[in-house]
Ligand binder design. Structure first.
Ligand SMILES: *[C@@H]1O[C@H](CO)[C@@H](O)[C@H](O)[C@H]1NC(C)=O
Ligand SMILES: *[C@@H]1O[C@H](CO)[C@@H](O)[C@H](O)[C@H]1NC(C)=O
Ligand SMILES: *[C@@H]1O[C@H](CO)[C@@H](O)[C@H](O)[C@H]1NC(C)=O
Length: 223
């Protein structure tokens, strides 16, 4: 029976992967397996992956659609009417997938999940790119976010001075505690981590220095 089961699972690897549990960790440090805590802006520089949503969060938060609902609960939404400004960036999370394009890009929605992001596109505001750590070598499920506060459209969506740290802290402050959207209520705990990203501006796009802090959010769906 056991050998039959084994043969069955070996013959249907996708069935097997459906029942493989996540790794039960917050995240895996990308730099330990050829990855980086900076994404790749395509010019040899990158944006800091300055917020991580823990792989120990409720599984329904750790999917693209689940994350988008959570993002709406904390003041972000999909880009203005699907209009996308700027090219995608990529990241290597050290999970065995190598370098992959961002999964989605979201903008601050100014209190209106439908058209608010259009306002952000015009007047600037907070902005994030999402990368999911789900490759075959370190399938933690953790979500890595590159968060930054942007100038308005006339400034061509460059980052405001200190915009990485400001963006991270604004997102975390909006996320902490109890939030809800679309009938889902979330409880979020935040802790700051150092030592993943170096402080300073080495390799950082737009030459904007950071304090080197990455904030870890653990998000639990409470109802
Ligand atoms: C990443 O995005 C770029 C620009 O849209 C595209 O040319 C490239 O094929 C994408 N790469 C992957 C692996 O999807
Ligand atoms: C990463 O790898 C996993 C498992 O092989 C795959 O399901 C997923 O689509 C990959 N992610 C990307 C962005 O290619
Ligand atoms: C993380 O550090 C930033 C910058 O010092 C601070 O503003 C924020 O409150 C800290 N967050 C937590 C959860 O400690």
């Amino acid at each position: 029976m056991v050998s039959f089961l084994f043969a069955f699972l070996a013959a249907f690897p996708c069935v097997y992967s459906l029942v493989t549990p996540r790794q039960g960790v917050d995240f895996f440090n990308p730099t330990l397996n050829g990855g980086s805590m900076l994404d790749d802006a395509g010019n040899g520089l990158g944006e800091p992956l300055n917020v991580i949503i823990s792989g120990l969060s409720s599984p329904d938060v750790l999917t693209e659609s689940g994350f988008e609902n959570y993002a709406k609960a904390i003041g972000f939404s999909t880009e203005c009417l699907g209009i996308h400004l700027g090219g995608p960036q990529s990241a290597n999370l050290g999970d065995g997938n190598g370098s992959v394009n961002q999964t989605v890009e979201l903008r601050q929605d100014y209190g209106d999940a439908t058209v608010g992001t259009c306002l952000e596109s015009l007047i600037g505001g907070n902005h994030l790119r999402l990368y999911i750590q789900n490759g075959p070598e370190h399938d933690t499920g953790a979500l890595f976010l590159a968060v930054s506060k942007e100038e308005d459209a006339e400034e061509d969506h460059t980052i405001v001075p200190d915009g990485y740290d400001i963006g991270r802290d604004q997102l975390s402050a909006a996320a902490e505690g109890t939030t809800s959207f679309g009938g889902v209520t979330y409880s979020t705990e935040a802790i700051n981590m150092t030592g993943l990203l170096p402080a300073g501006s080495a390799g950082v796009n737009h030459d904007i220095a950071t304090d080197g802090i990455t904030t870890l959010l653990t998000v639990t769906i409470v109802q």
